[in-house]
Design a protein around this ligand. Structure first.
Ligand code: ZN
Length: 239
């Protein structure tokens, strides 16, 4: 089975459509979402509808949780908090009910999926380094755990190695892998293209994918919705 692992769509419909097309072209049969379907972008309802239609499994992201009042926005920065408040008003009840149904951690096949960390996922801690990854490997039972939340793709191994998140990666059997699949709708690694990964469980290989999309239109919609300007500007730089 070939999976598309997508995350941090953040209401960016242009990026989501481009990624879904790319995944279809790559022959993906099942789609998994690692959370944060909304927040920042101007098309939250459309993105939730598309995810419900195309994605087999999704887990809860901190923005999804914040718009239904399950996570306080106290620690969000001003632009993020304004985006949550805007999204709360924009979303319909059906989308909010969908968020209510999302688990924090899922095991859609022989791998684990969590937005933040496998232990205490609702605390929304970030894993940026192998040192922080190390404290969570003891709780990981599968060979692979897909994470997201930082908007920066990464590969951490339980033996302490860090591999570049590029191209095709054969998954070995001597270590556990924590793989950050990056962000569809708001990449922050300096590359503005939408990011996701494919996972082939027959070949046991993960491939990092980057996809061009219509950034200008996504920016115009953010500006048209009077969301903070920084949320439009950053899409162009991938920061
Ligand atoms: Zn996010």
């Amino acid at each position: 089975m070939k999976y598309a692992i997508i995350s941090d769509i953040h209401g960016n419909l242009e990026a989501l459509n481009a990624v879904l097309q790319s995944a279809e072209d790559a022959g993906c049969e099942k789609y998994v979402c690692v959370g944060d379907i909304v927040g920042y972008g101007a098309n939250p309802i459309e993105c939730v509808q598309l995810v419900k239609e195309k994605v087999a499994f999704s887990v809860m992201g901190n923005h999804d949780s914040a718009v239904i009042g399950k996570t306080a926005t106290t620690y969000f920065n001003t632009a993020a908090r304004m985006a949550v408040e805007w999204t709360q008003k924009a979303l319909d009840d059906e989308s909010k009910r969908y968020f209510e149904s999302l688990p924090y951690v899922a095991r859609p096949a022989a791998f684990t999926v969590v937005h933040s960390t496998i232990k205490d996922p609702e605390e929304w801690n970030y894993i940026f380094t192998s040192d922080s990854a190390e404290q969570y490997f003891p709780y990981q039972t599968d060979s692979i755990c897909f994470i997201s939340h930082t908007h920066v793709s990464a590969v951490f191994l339980s033996d302490g190695m860090v591999l570049p998140p590029q191209g095709r990666l054969s998954v070995g059997s001597s270590s556990k892998y924590m793989i950050n699949c990056g962000s569809v709708g708001q990449p922050r690694d300096g590359d503005p293209r939408a990011c996701y990964v494919t996972y082939d469980d027959y070949e046991n290989a993960v491939t990092f994918q980057r996809v061009q999309y219509d950034i200008k239109t996504a920016q115009e919609k953010i500006r048209g919705a009077s969301l903070p300007e920084v949320l439009a500007a950053r899409l162009e730089y991938g920061k």
